[in-house]
Design a protein around this ligand. Structure first.
Ligand SMILES: Nc1nc2c(c(=O)[nH]1)N(C=O)[C@@H](CNc1ccc(C(=O)N[C@@H](CCC(=O)O)C(=O)O)cc1)CN2
Ligand SMILES: Nc1nc2c(ncn2[C@@H]2O[C@H](COP(=O)(O)OP(=O)(O)OP(=O)(O)O)[C@@H](O)[C@H]2O)c(=O)[nH]1
Ligand SMILES: [Mg+2]
Length: 458
């Protein structure tokens, strides 16, 4: 009995629907000659496109197209791969896929699961885990910046940076382990200083990679921006202005928005997931009350909370008391996440917002560019898109853990005399955390989770 990873697999490798051309592909450890004979009725030269009819079991043509055979290990998956490039209709591709399953029955062929081709490329050492993730990010990219940086990650940009860190870490580990192996020899002071120097350089290098990886993750995941404040201050107007579309209903009636309205917008290629919420106030209206409760839920999850105020109502006692009450309830939100923004500057005359707050008008658009800049700043975006690679929160977390263990190693190394076994252990843990990025050290459930998010056929 073969294990799951050893079954031959088949899938339609192009997006379902009507394309000009569609590809059905098969990947198998076993020689694919029986399937080639059945469907193509002639031998194929390796890696050479051959135009021929794809035959059904009765010898009739399902379609005419190009057949391409990639003998192992020189293929995408590292296994034997057969591609049948047919016309792109969904029915013809389904027929061709069913024919492949039928012709491969004796080999034990089955339909591929999501991401299974790429998972095999990973298992066979064609791609590391960060590159495999970049394949999925490239396909899912919704902006040019995301696509270009995913392509750089696929080409190995993140893997390369991680590889350099790993090499430096390995040298350091060897130094420490060598000293551990010869306990009778006195640890000389120079060697300890050397280890400390290496550790410091490695940490500085890691900080650089961590920063670029964080930028890459920002490009992929974006940030959650929540617009909150009293009714009628212009939250929905601001969402619409940022999105450039009439998404949320705007009226002069306080309490217009009852439910959260969300939209993803782009600023310099960074996705911002912006949510407009129901105005915060005490109310007897059952529906509005549920809406306000949802506003508070959204606030709790915001990366950036845009606390919106009405500049024309500054100095109004009731209005200001309400704002203070909201401010008190926001005490649980970390200060640095909150941005104070005063709206309706177009009709506010000489009214002044407090120091440090932004002033703008959702109606006239004044101040919006400054808001966009501040949002990017608040998100921690300072990258230039050139040379940037896409990354995931998972990579950032792994690098943080790598760094924490390096910091502990540093603390141990500075002790007199340093506890070498503890130092070695922290460096090992650091190395393991780093290995999670490229998958040299990854749990099976992590792999399952990553590949299951791919589309089928990839
Ligand atoms: N028709 C087709 N186009 C495609 C793919 C595919 O699978 N089929 N790809 C699927 O994602 C991407 C290209 N990825 C590929 C990666 C490696 C190999 C390959 O044959 N590798 C061999 C030989 C390398 C070489 O000649 O330099 C190897 O690694 O040994 C092919 C496609 C995008 N375009
Ligand atoms: N002059 C002016 N009017 C604005 C501006 N922004 C919003 N308004 C007006 O203020 C009123 C309320 O705007 P909304 O965007 O619905 O306010 P909101 O904060 O979403 O209100 P709720 O959904 O009730 O919480 C509408 O009449 C808008 O046209 C602005 O910048 N200038
Ligand atoms: Mg509203």
């Amino acid at each position: 009995m073969l294990s799951r990873h050893q079954d031959p697999i088949a899938a339609i490798a192009t997006a379902p629907g009507r394309g000009a051309v569609g590809i059905v592909r098969i990947s198998a450890r076993q020689d694919l000659t029986p399937i080639v004979e059945a469907i193509c009725a002639r031998p194929l030269r390796p890696r050479e496109a051959t135009y021929l009819p794809f035959l059904d079991a009765q010898g009739g043509a399902i379609d005419q197209g190009l057949a391409l055979l990639f003998p192992a290990p020189h293929s995408y998956t590292g296994e034997h791969v057969l591609e049948l490039q047919a016309h792109g209709g969904p029915v013809v591709l389904q027929l061709l896929l069913a024919r492949c399953i039928e012709a491969g029955a004796a080999l034990g062929i089955r339909l591929a699961e999501p991401g299974e081709f790429t998972q095999r490329a990973f298992l066979n050492g064609k791609l590391d885990l960060a590159q495999a993730e970049a394949v999925s990010d490239l396909i899912d990219a919704s902006t040019e910046a995301a696509a270009r940086s995913a392509s750089r990650a696929l080409a190995g940009a993140l893997s390369h940076e991680v590889g350099e860190l790993r090499d430096a870490l390995i040298k350091l580990r060897m130094l420490v382990e060598a000293t551990l192996d010869f306990p009778e020899e006195e640890i000389d002071f120079l060697q300890q200083a050397d280890a400390l120097g290496r550790l410091q350089r490695l940490t500085a290098q890691l900080d650089g990679v961590l920063d670029r990886t964080r930028q890459g993750a920002l490009l992929r995941e974006g940030i959650k921006v929540v617009l909150a404040g009293q009714p009628n201050v212009g939250k929905s107007s601001l969402l619409n202005a940022l999105a450039g579309a009439e998404l949320a209903i705007v009226t002069p009636i306080p309490g217009t928005t009852r439910d959260k309205v969300s939209q993803t917008i782009q600023i310099e290629g960074v996705p911002l997931h912006v949510s407009d919420t129901a105005g915060l106030r005490e109310t007897d209206d059952v529906v509005e009350r549920i809406g306000v409760a949802r506003s508070w839920d959204a606030i709790a999850e915001a990366d950036v909370l845009l606390f919106l105020h009405d500049l024309t109502r500054i100095g109004e006692a009731g209005y200001e008391a309400e704002d203070r009450a909201i401010g008190e309830r926001l005490a649980a939100v970390p200060r640095e996440r909150i941005m104070q923004v005063f709206n309706k500057a177009d009709v506010a005359g000489a009214a002044q917002a407090p120091e440090g707050a932004l002033t703008l008008s959702a109606k006239s658009g004044q101040g919006l560019d400054q808001l966009r800049r501040r949002l990017l700043e608040q998100a921690g975006w300072h990258a230039t898109p050139e040379g940037l690679f896409i990354a995931r929160e998972r990579h950032v977390q792994a690098l943080r853990r790598t760094r924490e263990h390096l910091a502990m190693a540093g603390a141990v190394a500075r002790q007199e005399p340093p506890a070498l076994d503890l130092l070695a252990e922290e460096l090992r843990l650091s190395h393991d955390a780093l290995g999670e990025i490229t998958g040299t050290f990854s749990a099976d459930d992590l792999l399952g989770e990553i590949f299951s998010k791919f589309c089928i056929g990839k």
